[in-house]
Design a protein around this ligand. Structure first.
Ligand SMILES: [Zn+2]
Length: 590
């Protein structure tokens, strides 16, 4: 803030993070050292009044060089305006900005801008025009993250202003002398292999799946991302972190939630570019830290686990507030849902044998006459590993992929929703190559009649697709066709991702296709609505246009269900002896 080349300083900080103290100290400094008209603007009229009386004016009175500038005429000394004897005025305002009579402002401090209505920041900053022209102005914005309800995150004034600055992240040194590496003291981070670091606790859960908070909280500690050294919450840790702490210049994507859940976002869409010259020329600085450095960790874990339990009941608000207020990260509901997707990554070789492997499937989704998305995965009894994902042109190219990945012909599942019929239809290709046609259905389960019993499964009994139906060729040949419940398979895939059994290779040879994959996988999200009247939670899946990888994942998982590598989700509620009996009947039924 004392750097004459900088026009703006943004402080994105947690609640109770000492942010307003920065402004409280900056003002008396400017009044004495480099004076100019100064304006403090608070989020509400009341906050302005309270802060002015209880903090700012008291600091003025106790700061000798400022007190010496107090006007001798008491009329010049008002609660919201002081004309100092050096000729410069200090103004205190709420969001109405009030009566400024066209006066120019050199220093502008804006508090809790996350809750300012859109456009208000611009209105206040219009006052500094003359000083901006002379390049002597300074804007200080201090706030938690946003946005406010109903404002699109990336369009919010605070988000845009913050991301125009050169972003600085607070980092501290590991207390393990063998390690001594630096990391960001954040609530939670993820290593490349999918494991978590940061604040950690033993995972105790109640029978209903809720976190057992009183049992979890005492095990709280902070794990170093590099050496896993457990840091305890005590004055020594926080003192050492304070001593070694420093700001590092962060890449623009570091704190961008869009980039986290959606790595495909092009750089040009991000609010700022990461060009080298920016580092030199940028006249705007942004700073960020999280509450981990100065808030009791057990309290934080309790807040977080409460928020996780609320989320299970369809209430995302506490989680949203945790991100915005405690972690000081920009988040809205959409970014929260997308950010929930964490793949487990493993260092496996795609072409080497996996001893536990029990089967592999190739799933295909037709997009255009000649364009297809495909995904090949290997399966063990507990896990699934991605072997490949991409685009292919023509049925022959897909058959080559089948051979390349050594998938049996009847382990190829192709979606038959688009162009199933005719000589170049999906059914004809299934007949030619021996693949299986499949179709996602709205039904939640399908009734199978096994002997005299009826059971529910997540896929329909085998039916037959007719490539020539309606034409001269109709009724001559049929290919196998299996309908499945989209809702059940969506849920099953999500469960596998959430419990870490949906694995992705650690070192992808095709980073572009890898990020396309991650984007498509994140494009279908599970949403819950809590219906207060009935006390029930309604679950539904929000689909996007570009979420083909999710359909491919569903089809691949259908293969695993058909091969008994994964339990059928529609049957999971049946007791084990009952299921065993059904399975026994199933075998004899053929
Ligand atoms: Zn360490």
């Amino acid at each position: 803030m004392q750097n004459d080349h900088k026009r703006e300083t943004n402080v994105l900080k947690p609640v109770r993070g000492g942010g307003s103290l920065i402004g409280d100290v900056f003002c008396p400094w400017t009044l004495v050292v480099d004076p100019g008209p100064y304006m403090d603007v608070f989020q509400t009229e009341q906050a302005a009044k309270d802060h002015g009386q209880e903090r700012i004016q008291k600091i003025f009175a106790r700061c000798k060089p400022v007190a010496a500038l107090f006007p001798t005429d008491a009329h010049e000394l008002r609660n919201d305006e002081i004309l100092f004897s050096n000729g410069h005025t200090w103004y205190l305002r709420g969001p109405a900005l009030g009566n400024l009579q066209g006066k120019g402002i050199r220093y502008l401090r804006e508090e809790e801008v996350w809750m300012w209505s859109q456009g208000k920041m611009g209105e206040a900053e219009g006052r500094i025009g003359d000083y901006l022209k002379m390049q002597t102005s300074k804007v200080l914005r201090v706030s938690q993250a946003g946005p406010m309800d109903g404002v699109p995150m990336e369009e919010s004034d605070w988000y845009r202003a913050y991301h125009k600055g050169l972003i600085h992240e607070w980092e501290v040194q590991c207390l393990n002398p063998e390690c001594g590496k630096y990391f960001d003291p954040i609530f939670s981070g993820q290593r490349l292999d999918g494991s978590f670091w940061g604040i950690t606790w033993n995972r105790y859960q109640l029978p209903n799946g809720d976190w057992n908070i009183p049992k979890c909280v005492p095990s709280t500690h902070f794990e170093c991302p590099h050496c896993r050294h457990p840091h305890l919450d005590n004055p020594r840790t926080k003192g050492e972190w304070n001593r070694t702490g420093r700001y590092r210049i962060a890449k623009s994507e570091d704190r961008n939630p869009k980039a986290e859940g959606d790595p495909q976002v092009a750089d040009s869409q991000l609010p700022i570019a990461d060009r080298q010259e920016d580092l030199v020329e940028r006249k705007k600085d942004s700073f960020h830290w999280e509450t981990v450095i100065d808030f009791p960790w057990d309290e934080l874990v309790e807040l977080w686990l409460d928020a996780c339990n609320a989320e299970k009941r369809g209430d995302l608000k506490p989680k949203l507030q945790f991100f915005q207020k405690r972690r000081a990260m920009f988040r809205d509901l959409e970014s929260l849902l997308k950010g929930g997707l964490h793949f487990r990554r493993s260092a496996y070789e795609i072409h080497s044998d996996w001893p536990e492997e029990k089967g592999r499937f190739l799933s295909i989704d037709r997009q255009e006459e000649d364009m297809f998305w495909w995904m090949a995965r290997a399966w063990s009894l507990e896990k699934s590993r991605k072997l490949g994902f991409g685009k292919a042109y023509g049925f022959a190219a897909l058959e080559e992929l089948r051979l390349k990945f050594k998938v049996e012909a009847n382990h190829v599942f192709i979606d038959s929703n688009f162009l199933p019929k005719g000589d170049h239809g999906v059914y004809a290709a299934c007949l030619k190559y021996g693949w299986i046609a499949v179709r996602g259905d709205k039904a939640y389960s399908f009734t199978h009649r096994i002997r005299k019993r009826y059971v529910q499964k997540s896929y329909a009994p085998l039916s037959w697709g007719d490539p020539g139906s309606g034409g001269a060729m109709g009724g001559r040949k049929y290919c196998p066709l299996i309908a499945f419940s989209k809702a059940q398979l969506n849920q099953k895939v999500q469960e596998m991702i959430d419990n870490g059994s949906w694995e992705e290779p650690l070192n992808s040879t095709e980073p572009e296709m890898e990020s396309e994959y991650a984007q498509q996988m994140a494009a279908r999200v599970r949403k819950t609505d809590y219906v207060a009247r009935t006390g029930e939670t309604r679950v539904f899946w929000k689909e996007s246009r570009n979420d083909h990888a999710r359909d491919l994942a569903n089809m691949n998982t259908l293969g695993a269900i058909l091969s008994d590598l994964v339990p059928d989700p529609a049957m999971e509620r049946i007791t084990a002896p009952e299921a065993a009996r059904i399975e026994a009947v199933d075998v004899r039924a053929d």
